[in-house]
Design a protein around this ligand. Structure first.
Ligand code: BLG
Length: 489
């Protein structure tokens, strides 16, 4: 029981004895309703409303995730309360629920703190700068400024800051027309442009960065406006107690690098893969993966691995091409060396099923052999590194880390040492000498990125409805793949 409620109770007993007069004069303070922050702490629960989308909140292989979720989870931890997430059907629903008497206390939903929303919500400090972008389909005329918008079929999210921006623009361009839809999310709008179902849409730059890999045909025409800020929000009539706490938290997250790390993780696909890499991945996801998906699944299952990790490795190694061959004679979909292939019992490295089976067996063995004090998820990143550079060189990099006072069991520390294996100054001191450690760092980084993407497109909550209802851009996944023509082992 909180001090405040104890006080009220004691006060109440005393009141019974002393009468109404004292109620009015003596214990008036105790009836001041608690602030929102006090209520949250008293209940031990923070109720947050968000949206189900890749940039905000979704289910992945380990449960709930997403940029907003990860950030708000840390906030709840700081407050020492449990986090309860609710998802809104659309933006109108979100504001309605936020403003309802027994609704959630906070919105963490990637919302632009636009002027039109000030009557519905009080916004926090900014945690992300975004730019509204006009999106068109590659191969159609590129819109380059707002005068190119009239005459185009434009759809945006109902109640979005983009709808507000278009309404403002309509005052200058009366012939401008656009539709607002409350039945779709950003991914649907991008898919509609990608497939040519509509001409244009508007999304924020962070949403595009997150989704570019799924939509090979979408391009940015131009930035419709200056950069704006995303903020969390409380209901318009709410006291400022929770908001002040949010602001302190966000300022701290900005200073200690938490925000930067989350941005890199969720919005960095394009930064890491580059635009060409992102388009290419999206194309191969549709054209090539369906042929091997079942094999990845069954071979991963046999080895107790996540099939998406195995598929991500296969993409990094060969872009899912069974006849890939490197300059150094490493071959096949999983790029096995002759030695590894032999050790794993692979007879024909160019046979996709054999290659996947050999690669799965090999990575599982490495994972098993790594020192016990390397824990997940780092254990998986170390295993990937060893798959690429060999366990001996990885051991050298771990020793270098230790000598530098870093932690040899943390991927973040060892990845700093790997590039040193290519510099004489350092490799001359190691047991196994020169190795292209910088490439290994990229190898692991790319696989992690592909793994994240595959996780999103195969997330459990979309699995049943993906093809039929949502028609996310990657319906090839989870559809029955075409009959394989792979030779049996
Ligand atoms: C890996 C082997 C490791 C081996 C290391 O090389 O191949 N992995 C596999 O065969 C799956 O077993 O470690 S060791 O046995 O302990 O020595 C080191 O030799 C493969 C790597 C090499 C790399 N791709 C899988 O990631 C590759 O193809 N390099 C050549 C690139 S190019 O020809 O220069 O472009």
């Amino acid at each position: 029981m909180s001090v405040q409620s104890m006080f009220r109770l004691r006060c109440g007993q005393w009141l019974l004895a002393t009468g109404l007069l004292l109620l009015l004069s003596g214990c008036g303070d105790a009836d001041v309703p608690p602030t929102t922050l006090e209520r949250v702490k008293e209940d031990g629960v923070l109720r947050v409303i968000t949206r189900n989308s890749p940039a905000t909140y979704f289910q992945d292989r380990n449960g709930e995730t997403g940029f907003e979720y990860e950030l708000v989870k840390r906030f709840a931890e700081d407050l020492g309360v449990e986090l309860q997430i609710e998802t809104a059907e659309n933006l109108d629903d979100l504001f309605r629920r936020l403003n309802s008497p027994n609704g959630p206390q906070l919105s963490a939903a990637g919302l632009v703190a636009s002027s039109g929303r000030q009557s519905q919500a009080l916004f926090s400090h900014a945690y992300l700068e975004v730019t509204p972008q006009v999106i068109y389909r590659n191969g159609t005329p590129r819109p380059s400024n707002s005068r190119d918008l009239p005459g185009k079929h434009i759809v945006v999210l109902k109640g979005s800051s983009h709808a507000e921006q278009l309404a403002a623009l309509q005052l200058q361009l009366p012939e401008l027309r656009y539709e607002e839809s409350d039945a779709v999310e950003v991914v649907d709008l991008l898919r509609m442009v990608d497939e040519g179902a509509i001409d244009l849409t508007l999304v924020d730059s962070n949403e595009l960065a997150m989704n570019q890999v799924y939509f090979p045909n979408v391009r940015v025409g131009f930035d419709l406006d200056e950069a704006t800020s995303l903020g969390w929000a409380v209901a318009a009539g709410e006291d400022r107690s929770l908001l002040d706490e949010v602001n302190t938290f966000l300022d701290k997250a900005q200073q200690n690098g938490t925000l930067q790390r989350l941005k890199e993780r969720y919005y960095g696909h394009v930064d890491v893969l580059g635009y060409v890499g992102a388009y290419t991945f999206a194309k191969h996801l549709q054209a090539r993966l369906p042929r091997y998906e079942k094999t990845f699944q069954s071979e991963a299952k046999n080895q107790g691995l996540d099939w998406r990790l195995l598929a991500a490795m296969g993409y990094q190694e060969s872009l899912w091409q069974p006849d890939a061959t490197s300059k150094t004679g490493v071959r096949g979909l999983m790029m096995l060396t002759q030695n590894t292939a032999q050790a794993m019992g692979v007879v024909n490295r160019l046979d996709a099923r054999q290659s996947i089976r050999g690669g799965a067996k090999y990575i599982a063995l490495i994972k098993q052999d790594l020192p016990a004090d390397i824990s997940e998820p780092d254990r998986t990143w170390f295993a990937l590194a060893a798959y690429n550079i060999g366990i001996a060189h990885l051991g050298d990099a771990r020793k270098l880390a230790k000598a530098e006072g870093l932690n040899p069991n943390l991927w973040l520390d060892v990845k700093k040492m790997l590039p040193r294996l290519a510099q004489k100054k350092w490799y001359s001191k190691t047991r196994y000498g020169y190795a292209r450690g910088g490439e290994t760092v990229h190898f692991v980084q790319n696989i992690r990125r592909y793994y994240d993407i595959l996780t999103w497109v195969t997330q459990p909550q979309l699995e049943d409805q993906q093809v039929a209802d949502r028609q996310l851009h990657v319906p090839a996944i989870n559809k029955t793949p075409p009959k394989e023509t792979l030779a049996p082992l």
